[in-house]
Write a protein that binds this ligand. Structure first.
Ligand code: PLP
Length: 451
């Protein structure tokens, strides 16, 4: 059962208030930036602090109490991730990384020696596009005018090229579009390619099942991060097949990656150690596992239903805003709770500033590290001109949109308040003069408590 009151109690951040412009009383923060990073819940924070306070020690090889306990807790993390994504641990490995970008780059690196090109969707976050461009030939496959993936284009490019890898997001960080990853996996496999799913947005929002390696629709590589799944920053993972991971050149060779080193030779360990050179983020990994357990306790189907409810309601109510342009037209069942929009010709930065300064509403604005997709959705053909001007050293606003992204503890009442604020903005009724810099919050006054 999904108990929103229990969930809000679990997240200390839901109590956070900020002074807002034009009001005597501070306002409760409305956090709608889960697409960027999510807050750890109390259960995760407790585990994190308990580990650091009571068991802090490096893992593996140490024969003292702390090291043995730390090792045991760390090694359990892999098991939790395997279970969470329903993966088979005999044929696959999980490599712990610092963020999704590193996990995605690992795949680009491991596949570098394989013959063929990488097909990358035009919906991708730069982190699942640029690493492939850097490490080999990339062809992009398109998106449809409604913001969905161009499956016909993908199929055609798979058939007419020698493709080694299809790199695709599990869900867009701009429109929330939920990609049918198993259908793409099947197509990729039928054409002799592997699939890499960027699950940065997906992990904490929908039940994952990477399926057994023998299933034609199974996912070969799967990358995601804890900081978008209610764990602290700095802990992420890559899931992939041992037949590739255990043969690949270590991503970061060094301490912990070898079985033996002589003066002139060495024998590398298998995965995950093979690719995890140096001390891993042990506390972060333990916290990541705890956050996945927390999500499992709530139930991923409940998480998904709550998000659909919020998204459906928000999409319906956003229609009341004069001049609103929601990017893409994807129904709530086919998307995550990620909604990106513009209001008339208002600058996205101004809208995000007003929401924050006058409503304590945290959104994100800009182009969301998905420039090709955003340019396409905004119907702008000026990419070449932007590139030319930037290469010329010009400094200018490249435009963009405003994004709200829901998390576990958001409520219908919060959506209502956001709609009121957006109406006020659309009617040009904001209170502060945004030409003046003194309406902006002075972050220099913030001091962290050490108690
Ligand atoms: C779809 C997607 N992929 C990749 C990333 C990069 O994730 P990380 O910051 O964990 O490297 C993000 C971050 O916003 C994202 O939304």
């Amino acid at each position: 059962m999904f108990d929103i009151n229990f969930i809000r109690e679990e997240f200390p951040i839901t109590k956070k208030c900020f002074n807002v412009y034009g009001s005597e009383t501070p306002r409760n923060l409305i956090y709608l930036d889960h697409g960027a990073s999510t807050h750890p819940c109390q259960r995760v924070l407790n585990k994190y602090i308990d580990f650091i306070k009571n068991y802090y020690a490096n893992v593996h090889r140490g024969r003292h109490f702390l090291s043995m306990i730390s090792t045991e807790l760390f090694d359990r993390v892999y098991e939790t991730i395997f279970n969470f994504i329903k993966a088979d641990k005999n044929e696959n490995a999980i490599i712990l990384t610092s963020n999704t970008t590193t996990a995605l780059d690992m795949v680009a690196c491991f596949m570098q020696g394989t013959d063929g090109i990488t097909l990358v969707s035009l919906m991708e976050h730069h982190s699942n596009d640029l690493p492939h461009r850097h490490r080999g030939k990339v062809l992009h496959f398109g998106v449809n005018p409604d913001g969905t993936l161009g499956m016909a284009d993908l199929e055609q490019k798979l058939k007419s090229n020698k493709v080694k890898l299809v790199a695709v997001t599990g869900a867009s960080n701009v429109t929330g579009f939920l990609v049918d990853i198993h259908k793409i996996a099947k197509l990729a496999h039928e054409n002799g390619a592997r699939i890499l799913v960027d699950a940065a947005q997906l992990l904490a929002h929908k039940q994952i099942d990477v399926k057994p390696n023998s299933d034609p629709g199974h996912i070969d590589f799967f990358a995601a991060a804890g900081h978008k799944a209610y764990a602290p920053f700095g802990s992420a993972f890559l899931f992939g097949p041992r037949e590739i991971l255990d043969r690949a050149v270590p991503y970061v060779p060094g301490g912990g990656t070898v079985m033996f080193v002589s003066e002139d030779d060495y024998v590398y360990a298998n995965s995950p150690e093979r690719h995890q050179g140096g001390t891993p983020n042990i506390a972060g990994a333990i916290a990541l596992a705890e956050s996945l357990s927390f999500l499992s306790t709530i139930g991923m189907d409940n998480v998904r239903e709550h998000e659909i409810e919020l998204t459906e309601y928000a999409l319906k109510r956003l229609k009341e805003i004069p001049d609103i342009n929601v990017l893409g037209s994807i129904p709530s069942r086919n998307r995550l709770g990620v909604i990106t929009f513009n209001i008339g010709d208002l600058n996205n930065g101004l809208v995000a500033n007003i929401l924050n300064n006058e409503g304590a509403i945290a959104t994100r604005n800009g182009r969301f590290c998905a420039h090709p997709y955003l340019s396409f959705l905004m119907g702008r053909e000026d990419s070449a001109e932007i590139i030319r001007r930037l290469k010329n050293g010009e400094k200018f606003d490249i435009g963009g949109a405003v994004r709200i992204s829901f998390g576990l503890y958001n409520t219908i009442e919060e959506v209502d308040y956001v709609i009121d604020m957006l109406k006020m903005i659309a009617n040009r009724k904001w209170k502060a003069d945004y030409e003046k810099s003194d309406v902006y919050f002075n972050c220099k006054d913030v001091v962290l408590s050490a108690s």
